[in-house]
Design a protein around this ligand. Sequence first.
Ligand code: TRP
Length: 456
Amino acid sequence: MSKIERANFGSKLGVILATAGSAVGLGNVWRFPYMAGENGGAVFIIIYVGCVLLLGIPCMISEFIVGRHGQSNTARAFRKLAGGTPRALIGYMGVLTGFLITGYYAVVSGWCLQYMWASLSGHLQGDPEYFKTYFMEMSSDPVKPVFWTVVILLMAHLIIENGVRNGIEKASKVMMPTLFVLLLLIVGASCMLPNAYKGVEFLFKPDFSKIDSDVFLGALGQSFYSMSIAMGCLCTYASYFSEKTNLTKAASQIAIIDCVVAILAGLMIFPAAFSVGVEPDSGPSLIFITLPNVFQQAFSGMPVMGYIISLLFFVLLSLAALTSLMSLHEVSTAFVQEELHTTRRRAALAVTVTTAIIGAFCSLSLGAYDGLTFFGEALFDWFDFVTGQIFLPVVGFLTCIFIGWYVPHQIVRDEFSNRGELKDYVRYFHRYLFLIKYVCPLAILFIFLHQLGLLN
Ligand code: TRP
């Protein structure tokens, strides 16, 4: 049987930008800076980089290996390597995690769009109380957030429908550089404010006294989340890599971009916040309540500048969210297309419709409809908890065990070294294997038990 030409990325740059697009997301902006500032500044950043090097990159390489070897969606890629054993289920769990998270991630991405619109139309102005009320009313509204969730899903849909090279790659090549330029512009504006140095100090000032096991595990969890590990995304994208792509180098470059964006996000947020004396926080309230207020106050002498920075900030967030959402969407689209033998268009449509329904329910559970609360938590929070704290570590753990202990080392080595072509990298292979066999699974196990409160 002749081999059917599989869709692929057209260039090295495309590979890096698209995959970095998946990794660079809301997590970089709303969680990393705050964690760094709260947990020891420079010391935390060093620990975080250590986690990325020792654990994040090896896990990323493992997913790349499965995906590129399989040349297919995540479920089938695992199935090919599982040799008829139930281990194939790991891939299905990855796809399921990606699918469930798409709907929920789309809701938050939709908020970014809504805020972009609100800042453009000048509605994002008022006193601190106003920003709080605006967010509360917006997120619990029955119509608006659902509308924006659908809009951003449609945007991801339109990109994905055009395929890997003309859709995902092209879009990433425009969106990622734009995101970076916006980031640098806002960092520049933020660092020029009076007393900006206090924010820089907060982010970088080393404080060894803050470091405990909590901080280590927090850094570890954040590095996995930030690198989009265990959701099928890396595996799906890797199936579009060429056989010449150097997986270790690609993973390292993507990790560097992800770390740099996270640190720059800190330099965007803290100087502005400290300049106006506002205590920064994390999560949705940071980006949707605290920051709009901070930008407005910081540039109150130049309202036009405040308007522009606030608008640029939400454009940046929307871009970061959209590139990540696109990669999540692609996990399910590739799965449906290949497993149900249908066209890309139909597959994408099926995914868009079902995730829009999930997204709508998640969104409505935040206030518009009480019936979507279970055991005192909104459906939205359940999705966050189940995917992030249960599925992610479980799939990550099983992937390490799978690659380290079950897949024949010859296959792993072949993918790792491009069938021996990358001679310089062969010597790293044993180190990689050691990390993936012992260190990574143990580390993930610790995060998991810690998150469930079973380990302190
Ligand atoms: N890495 C993304 C961020 O930093 C979040 C994320 C986690 C993600 N897993 C993912 C995004 C899978 C896309 C695909 O916000």
